[in-house]
Design a protein around this ligand. Structure first.
Ligand code: PAF
Length: 297
């Protein structure tokens, strides 16, 4: 079922709730690929309770694009998205207009931006996370979701949404992060991959290869962040990319780390290949922590 207004969505959600079904939201900007479908499948496959009522929103949110970014050219395929989301188990595909999301006659709540939004994408894309928080909070409000699913591919976005929910929404929604889905050659799925030329697509695999290299170095007990960062940077530059950042960070706050140690760490990467900007990340686990985890299992 495709719905486009807040009223229609709220009527459908109320009926689902009356039938005892919890509400799960999968927010997307459409052009759905297997990464999105894995979120929908995760939302559907909830055991030990009534089947969730799964709402997939498809909305290319203008407020999270800076001037000069790809808002106009961002891929749009409403009919294909409806078919794909329904086949993956969505109950509702919510495809609102801009004025439905941002009604001119109503003041919508605003929230302070969490500190975790400051660095990395926050620095390079001013206004981006303010727009993401604005639309996600609005989608939460419209769908009355109990839980919401986000991909780890946009790792900072996931942490920003978690922080917003914790700090401003009283934990009203459970935010669930799902693993990145990759092409067989390692490239993380993204709607923006379709911008790549055949040659760029080949070279784009350098990102996941560099992340794997870094994990291998950490397994070999190379835990110095500077060594890992410069190794990743060199590999991406050798593949013809301009590196925005390659950063070893604490996994929750995204503050830079000097060494991989006891605290959970993440390697965040953003690089440009021609006119396409790609981001990716992976967990880094120190050998000492890994062996403790293995013993505990
Ligand atoms: O990750 C995305 O596709 C978007 O940033 C989101 C979360 C749907 C908000 O527009």
């Amino acid at each position: 079922m495709v719905l486009s207004t807040e009223r229609e969505l709220q009527t459908a959600v109320a009926a689902a709730r009356a039938a005892g079904r919890p509400v799960a939201l999968v927010p997307t900007m459409g052009a759905l690929h297997a990464g999105h479908l894995s979120l929908i499948q995760a939302a559907v496959a909830k055991a030990h309770e009534n089947r969730p009522f799964v709402v997939v929103s498809v909305f290319v949110n203008p407020t999270q694009f800076a001037p000069g970014e790809d808002f106009q050219s961002y891929p749009r395929d409403p009919a294909g998205d409806h078919a794909a989301a329904s086949a993956a188990g969505a109950d509702v595909v919510f495809q609102p207009t801009v004025t439905e999301i941002y009604p001119l006659d109503r003041k919508l709540p605003t929230f302070p931006l969490p500190a975790v939004a400051t660095r990395w994408e926050g620095e390079l894309r001013p206004g981006h996370f303010a727009g993401v928080c604005q639309v996600v909070a609005r989608l939460f409000q419209m769908s009355d979701a109990d839980r919401a699913y986000f991909g780890e591919k946009d790792y900072q976005q996931l942490q920003v949404v978690r922080a917003m929910v914790r700090d401003s929404l009283h934990d009203a929604v459970r935010v669930i992060g799902c693993p990145t889905v990759r092409e067989p050659d390692g490239l993380a799925l993204s709607s923006r991959n379709r911008y790549l030329s055949a040659d760029e697509r080949r070279r784009a695999t350098a990102i996941s290869a560099a992340l794997q290299w870094a994990c291998g170095r950490v397994d070999a007990d190379v835990c110095d962040a500077a060594i890992l960062q410069s190794g990743v940077r060199t590999q991406l530059e050798s593949a013809g990319m301009t590196v925005d950042y390659a950063a070893v960070v604490e996994a929750g706050t995204l503050e830079p780390l000097g060494r991989i140690g006891d605290v959970p760490a993440r390697l965040l990467v953003a690089a440009r290949l021609g006119t396409t900007r790609l981001i990716d990340n992976c967990a880094l686990v120190a050998p000492t922590v890994r062996s403790q985890q293995d013993t505990a299992q």
